[in-house]
Design a protein. Structure first.
Length: 498
């Protein structure tokens, strides 16, 4: 059993079809009941480690194998002297699976109190196990089972989800319905399911643990949980004889009236990421020199700098750019060798099909592009709703990457970094301290600066972007106990970790 935080190396993530194939092969390889026995024992061990002093335990069990795992854990908890109430839920006339019936009998024989369709939480319980639904969750949870979920969520203490928090789609990280378990810990079996790490997955799972159940995970992955090695690979030492020209020019094309702060955040982030020279070109109005960052240079209309300069620079367009961003895109799409498009640059792309066509054509000329949409910006690009994007973040990001021939960061909890024809990364760092204005500008600026320093290197662009997303989140994780992280402070926090 291992806690999954940020893995050292990229860790395979699976969708539910691959999980089912793995489960079926594993079941066929061992005597009946073996996997449920292992899952139940692992669950009980983790529960006792997390809540060693809990006397009263509440085990919620559904009619399927998720319930069987939980009832097997109930047996071990009762046998270890805990006072266990196991509430089993099944529709009228529905029989629970044989494995669950066997474990139920063992739990009852060990002294557990068994209740049927009773959602009331026992008094004084400091440990609750959610084994209502796992990967077989098929529709919104209703009725007594929904009440039990709400009762589970109200337990003050350890709330351990078995395999998957009930009501969460472990393939996508979306939920159906209002009743969704809110765990403090989730012990997932056999493999890591992608939906535990993106969308609302992390919010519902709490800490994530993996119990491989002695089964070799040999299914090809559908995505990677980004490992720490990605960021480490970006930490290339500066050569003794290198000069600022070795780290490239970054052009920041951003900042409409009233939004100059966004432009400044992006420019400062590009500078802190290591770009050799950072030039800021405001889209509207003017701004005095930044006295605390005199290294920044301002230039007019850099989008008209011509093919020679744009062809060697790394350019960011967007970041508080307002409607003025649209007019800068035709020359940038045609001439910029390396182009990051954020915020209003993305909205301009969504509004004008000819810009999207120009974006697609860049790939054929060997010009690379990074797009950094949040879910609503992604929805505009995909011509759907933000809810539809959030319903399956991995495939939304992949569709955008494949269609627009760009590396795409779909931002939010568990950011997805997709590239055409490659498996997406899911980022394992970050938290709601990042839900503060301007942190996206910092991300876009840092990607631009980082890319500028690696412009000639062999690192894959997708890996470089995923490494920056990881660093951005890690800075927030280091700050997690201190409330929102202000965007300017985020730059300093990233610099300390870089
Ligand atoms: N097989 C093994 O040995 C291993 C299995 N493992 C474990 O098994 C889990 C998968 O088990 P599973 O396939 O039985 O599905 P599971 O999540 O229990 O749910 C299906 C049941 O729920 C019902 N149901 C569905 N939706 C519902 C709703 N909204 N509201 C109410 N009921 C609903 C549905 O019946 P229905 O009502 O749809 O007819 C069906 O009865 C997996 O997550 C892991 O924990 C692993 O430990 C490895 C070893
Ligand atoms: N709950 C969260 N968990 C992880 N990352 C988050 C969370 N909320 C926001 N973020 C990150 O913060 C950044 C916000 O970007 P964005 O929405 O563009 O904000 P802004 O436009 O104000 O800069 C993104 O990188 C996003 O992934």
């Amino acid at each position: 059993m291992q806690a999954i935080t940020v893995p050292d190396h990229d860790f395979p993530l699976h969708d539910l079809s691959a999980t089912r194939r793995l489960e079926q092969r594993a079941l066929a390889a061992v005597p009946p009941g073996t996997l449920v026995a292992r899952a139940g024992l692992s669950t009980a061990r983790l529960a006792l480690a997390l809540a060693p002093h809990a006397r009263h335990c509440w085990v919620l069990a559904g009619p399927g194998h998720n319930g069987a795992d939980a009832l097997e854990a109930a047996f071990h908890l009762a046998r270890s002297g805990r006072c266990v109430t196991a509430s089993v839920f099944a529709r009228d006339g529905q029989t629970i699976v044989p494995a669950a019936a066997q474990s139920l009998q063992r739990a009852r024989d060990a002294g557990a109190n068994i209740l049927l369709n009773d959602p009331a939480a026992p008094h004084g319980c400091a440990l609750a196990l959610d084994g209502l639904l796992g990967i077989g969750s098929a529709r919104p949870i209703e009725g007594a089972m929904a009440q039990a979920v709400h009762g589970f969520n109200a337990i003050e203490g350890t709330r351990l989800a078995v395999d998957v928090p009930s009501g969460l789609d472990a393939g996508t990280g979306a939920t159906a319905g209002a009743a969704v378990a809110q765990a403090t810990d989730t012990l997932t079996m056999l493999n890591l399911k992608a939906g535990l790490f993106t969308g609302v997955g992390r919010a519902h799972c709490g800490r994530i643990w993996l119990a491989p159940l002695d089964v070799q995970d040999d299914e090809p992955p559908q995505a990677w949980l980004a490992g720490r090695a990605l960021h480490m690979a970006m930490r290339t030492p500066r050569g003794h004889a290198q000069h600022k020209g070795s780290y490239g020019d970054a052009f920041i094309v951003a900042g409409a009236l009233g939004m100059h702060g966004a432009a400044l955040l992006a420019a400062r982030a590009a500078l802190s990421a290591g770009a050799g020279r950072v030039y800021l070109s405001l889209l509207e109005g003017s701004m005095p020199l930044d006295p605390t960052r005199p290294e920044l240079m301002q230039r007019d209309a850099l989008w008209n700098a011509g093919a020679e300069r744009l062809g060697t620079a790394t350019v960011l367009c967007g970041c508080g750019g307002g409607k003025a961003a649209a007019a800068t895109l035709p020359p940038l799409l045609e001439q910029a060798a390396r182009l990051v498009i954020d915020a209003d640059g993305l909205n301009a792309l969504a509004a004008d099909g000819s810009l999207a066509t120009a974006l697609r054509e860049r790939d054929g000329r060997g010009q690379a592009t990074v797009l950094t949409p949040h879910p609503l910006e992604a929805a505009r690009l995909l011509d759907c709703t933000a809810a539809q994007v959030q319903a399956d973040r991995l495939s939304a990001a992949q569709r955008l990457a494949d269609d627009l021939k760009a590396v795409v960061v779909l931002k939010g909890s568990g950011s997805v970094v997709a590239a055409p024809g490659a498996l997406p990364y899911v980022n394992a760092t970050g938290n709601a301290a990042l839900a503060s204005p301007g942190t996206g500008d910092v991300l876009a600026g840092w990607i631009t600066g980082q890319w500028s320093t690696h412009a000639g290197g062999g690192t894959s662009l997708q890996a470089l972007v995923a490494a920056t997303v990881q660093l951005h989140g890690a800075a927030a994780d280091a700050h997690a106990q201190h409330g929102p992280l202000l965007a300017l402070d985020l730059i300093g926090a990233m610099q300390r970790l870089a």
